[in-house]
Ligand binder design. Structure first.
Ligand code: GLU
Length: 457
């Protein structure tokens, strides 16, 4: 079988991380089977769709490396084909015109809610009369009223639903625009989709949509409905759990590789591995390993994966990320300094945006310590810092010579490294925690180091 999957987002907001995970799974499944992965923008809701949202979807998919290599399909461009199918269903008697006005419809809704029965319009069994000719109508699908519908979902398993609970859903609105329930099925058929992989919030829809497919004798696709992502408290993931948009994580300093690996592992795992590159994921992916229960988004886990990823990356790659993210323009000396300090700095952060806290002492020529408590200690140790400064000034600049210089000072003054290390660090970085002091002195260079040690607080 030539597998064809699709990711079909509605462009009504930023790309949600749940959507991004659906895209990843569709992408991997297609690649694993040497098939096609398509992207369809479901932009039929003109009021809620926006150009910005479409752009955000592409940006997000590109960032994760799961955009389609094929032409993007825009659902609104296929209106005519959807309308044609609605009329075909009507002609074949599988759908009917419903002339209920809004009051009548509201009454029907209340009645069906009270009795726990699906909406079936009285027009299902009525014939259109001459006097109806100029009235507004919607087209509803005539659901089978007896028997059952079985879907053998590749994730949820075999589920049977009694047809009597299916409502006669609207497929064409009174303004002649098709509904999602129709458009999506027609597009899936036209695009030759073999596997519909999507969030399980659409599982109910599958039992209704499949009726259209059966009425028209189209190929029935395989379905795989994946559980939604929940927050740590078990509730459906929402803004109060933190960022829910994929690209927010880019802005927060996560790498695309870490995000890919983590989103994939949300609800899917193979071989107990903790990190998946794209190639490895394509190799190992199976729908059987998707969990049936909702996955819990765990920021701590994502941070760990991101920290590991950052530390395994080539320094130049991280440098590029940071430079782009913060729009830094560094001269060659600054770039070299930053690059040399990066491996040690990266051991201390989980997201690369945290490196911003280090920018001032790394790049500012006239840096001085801003912390009032530290300033007090620097004042107290002014003489010592000045002495060390003048020794360093005479030093021929190398890691070994800097080390020797500090050791001599300690020995001559009967001190230990603890007596000078923390104060030196405060003077040079404004912090009590930083990468190795000798490397910092070496990378800052003689002039900057001595200036900072001589600063009068
Ligand atoms: N456009 C729908 C959504 O964003 C997905 C429809 C589908 O996958 O069938 O939820």
């Amino acid at each position: 079988m030539n597998v064809v999957t699709r990711f079909a987002p509605s462009p009504t907001g930023k790309l949600h991380i749940g959507g991004a995970r659906t895209a990843i799974i569709n992408y991997l499944f297609a690649k694993k089977h040497s098939g096609k992965y398509l992207v369809r923008i479901e932009d039929t809701d003109k009021k809620r769709s926006s150009k910005e949202a479409i752009k955000a979807i592409h940006t997000g998919l590109n960032w994760l490396n799961v955009n389609s290599e094929f032409k993007i399909v825009y659902q609104s461009q296929n209106y005519n084909s959807h309308i044609k199918v609605a009329n075909e269903l009507l002609e074949k008697g599988f759908a009917y015109k419903c002339f209920l006005n809004s009051d009548e419809l509201e009454k029907l809704r209340i009645k069906s809610r009270e009795n726990g029965i699906p909406i079936k319009s009285p027009w299902r069994n009525k014939r259109e009369q001459d006097e109806d000719k100029n009235r507004k109508f919607v087209i509803r699908l005539k659901m089978p009223s007896d028997g059952v519908t079985i879907i053998d979902d590749l994730v949820q398993g075999k589920i049977t639903v009694k047809n009597e609970i299916l409502d006669d859903m609207v497929i064409l609105r009174s303004d002649k625009t098709p509904t999602y329930m129709l458009s999506s099925v027609v597009d899936d058929n036209d695009m030759g989709i073999t596997h519909i992989i999507r969030g399980d919030d659409h599982f109910n829809n599958a039992f209704r949509q499949i009726q259209i497919i059966k009425y028209l004798n189209w190929n029935i696709p395989y379905y795989a409905h994946i559980p939604l992502i929940h927050g740590a408290d078990g509730a459906k993931l929402s803004k109060r759990h933190g960022a829910t948009s994929l690209f927010d994580y880019h802005n927060l300093g996560y790498t695309s590789e870490a995000m890919f690996s983590y989103l994939l592992q949300l609800g899917w795992s193979a071989k107990n591995e903790k990190d998946y590159s794209m190639d490895r994921a394509i190799k190992l992916f199976t729908l059987e390993n998707v969990n049936k229960s909702p996955a819990k988004f765990d920021l701590k886990k994502l941070k760990n994966i991101n920290a590991k990823k950052l530390n395994s990356m080539n320094v130049n790659e991280v440098l590029d990320l940071v430079i782009n993210r913060f729009n830094l323009s560094l001269n060659s000396e600054e770039e070299k300094r930053f690059k040399c300090l990066l491996p040690a700095l990266l051991k201390r952060v989980q997201v690369y945006t945290d490196l911003q806290d280090e920018f001032d002492w790394i790049f500012e020529k006239n840096f001085f310590c801003k912390d009032k408590n530290f300033q007090f200690q620097l004042q107290k140790n002014y003489l010592m810092l000045k002495e060390i400064g003048s020794l360093l000034k005479k030093c021929e600049w190398s890691i070994q010579n800097i080390k020797d210089c500090l050791n001599n000072y300690i020995v001559e003054n009967s001190l230990t490294f603890k007596d000078i290390g923390p104060v030196l660090r405060m003077a040079l970085t404004g912090k009590t925690n930083s990468p190795d002091l000798i490397s910092i002195i070496y990378e800052l260079g003689c002039t900057i180091t001595v200036n900072r040690l001589n600063y009068k607080y």
